[in-house]
Design a binder for this molecule. Sequence first.
Ligand code: ATP
Length: 301
Amino acid sequence: MLSLRDLRFTYPNAARAALAGVSFNVNRGEIVGLLGPNGAGKTTLISHLAGMLPMQHGEIRVGNDSLAQARKKRPSCIAIAPQEYAFYPTLTVRENLQCFGAVSSSSNLKPRIERASAFAQLEQFNRQQARTLSGGLKRRLNLAIATLAEPDYILLDEPTVGVDPQSRAFLLDAVRQLAQEGVGIIYTSHYMEEVEALADRVVIIDHGAVLRHGTLDELLSQGHPVLKFLQAGLTEQAVSDILQPFGTMQSPHQLLLRAGSTPSQALNALELAGAQITHAEFGRFNLEQLFMQLTQRSLRD
Ligand code: ATP
């Protein structure tokens, strides 16, 4: 298990901490979705796991070892597929795989390259210069390079930015396959539906702190149910006054129900006051709604 305990980090001269006490675990074979608005601290966290920032406070353990011990025993235990393209643009696909494969370890180089190339279905592009690949193929090459060292854990930092739906579907399947093979994965993305489709567990961070952590079911069942409706006959103010006892209005057509209130109570109250309900929809938050509620709507940069 990869475990993070109370990670705290402040950049030199920064007014506030980029990480303010982050803790969670990742098991082998598990996909953990890491969500947060711009500036939440995701990259800082990933940089810690990748050993690119000195630890100021807290602990990262890989199994029974500290991160430093684990890296000493097996430098390739954690791999990263960064947001940016991490390959040499003027080398071919094959040359990139050879180059990065040789850096991670000198043993079994050829079979590892074959496996990584097959995994990302790059065989037919072996001779193509990396800079001439399509956006989707570049992302596949980034992912293939991260798998070359056959790591126990992979950090994927927004791996589907700028790809078409076909490439995205391919990449998501590839990530699932890695998890099935026993790799523990931290997956950051701003695409909530991807995280909803992929992640076994989700960690939502903001301002360097964990706001929510759990399985998707756990997270979504914590939110209060939402009643969306359309009505004719009443003013916005009247609707708001009538529904006030049942919860909080999120918009003129959306009520966040208070614990103990039911949708039928709220709709009945509107009808009794003279409203004609033309549409009603009831259910819990999806991940995007939960995320927006937790992190607020204000723009971050
Ligand atoms: P994004 O989604 O935009 O990639 P993020 O969640 O990865 O954001 P970080 O890049 O980790 O967030 O940034 C966390 C905080 O640390 C932000 O307030 C950011 O401005 C600050 N920060 C990041 N890098 C530095 C740096 N090199 N020096 C000073 N402050 C930094």
